[in-house]
Design a protein around this ligand. Sequence first.
Ligand code: PMP
Length: 405
Amino acid sequence: GEFWQDVPLAPPDSIFKLTAAYNTDSYPKKVNLGVGAYRDNDGKPWVLPVVKKATEKLLSDPLYNHEYLPITGLPEFTSAAAKLILGPDSSAIAEGRVASAQTISGTGACHLAALFLTKFYGFNGQKQVFLSNPTWVNHHALFKNVGITPVEYPYYDPRTVGLDLQGFKTALENAPPRSVILMHPCAHNPTGVDPTREQWKELAEVIIAKHHYAFFDCAYQGFASGDLDNDAWAVRYFVEKKVPMLVCQSFAKNAGLYGERVGALHMISPGQDTANRVKSQLSVLQRSEISNPPMHGAKLMALILNDEELFEEWKRDIKTMAHRIISMRKELYRLLTEEFKTPGSWDHITRQIGMFSFTGLNGAQSQAMNDKAHVYMTTNGRISMAGLNTSNIRYVAESVDKAVR
Ligand code: PMP
């Protein structure tokens, strides 16, 4: 007999579909604002100079080999990665309360964290996780895969193209105690809308009062503001306030190591003894999932993070990327408001942070951008700022202007 005849055909991933449409488009002025990967001012992928240097150093080492890493990863990488996100003076690190595992980039960190929660978290009633509305769409599938039901909390307010702080806080108050709350500590995907420090403090207060668990997914440290410490502020504040929490960390964007799949999961415990037990179970889960994580990217990041000179160079490279994006925000704002005098308010373009911007364009307007202007973007109105450059930004602004008129 025939196997799999009942397997339904799944729709293609929307972002990959967008890229495929862009690739087959012969229009000379076409622009791809779909994919969330950094591009330089020539629209090309950018290998960070520090990564190039570290790669040469790594490969010229006569002892370089392709052996297995330990199950929870390269220790020089995971300990430096923990310091990077939690801060070099973190009391949680000093007290041995952090259990870290190297993961398949940020996605793998989220998956391992979700798997750990489904096995060990004392869910209050239903196994559910609170996700921002909207969030990175993969979050939904990732939790469903391990039997945790996603529920949404209000986050984005379309009227202000900003944060719905009151809606968010009310949802936290109404959630059952000890709920798991997933948050993006910086450069929220897809909206580019982040809470301010004062707003984070208000959110932490409710989270502490309700004994919620903070699940931080940090995919853009440094990429948001250009400053690694600044972008880690929310995470460090929650650690300081002793909120029970974990952090998923990715080096895809801030080191341009997308395909190398280098990331980490850091779980913070109340004491060292608990952290040791947590780590032992992370090791057991990791073993059955991937046996042990990939080596090359972790070795690169270990070199960069543990060498003072390379670390300084990396920080400069991060600034180059973040500041190019910030300058594109300013220029897009200027073109829309001053040159084209496009109807509507556009302050959010410069207020938003990181790789993405929610333009406020509705579904029909976004579709017109795709169909009429050959500017490829998702129909929720999200554009990847990294796809803009000095050669195409005027055309994009003009297209936005036409789409909204
Ligand atoms: N979380 C968020 C919020 C993201 O935007 C991304 C990247 N799109 C990831 C996690 C995972 O990325 P990666 O697995 O490539 O590190």
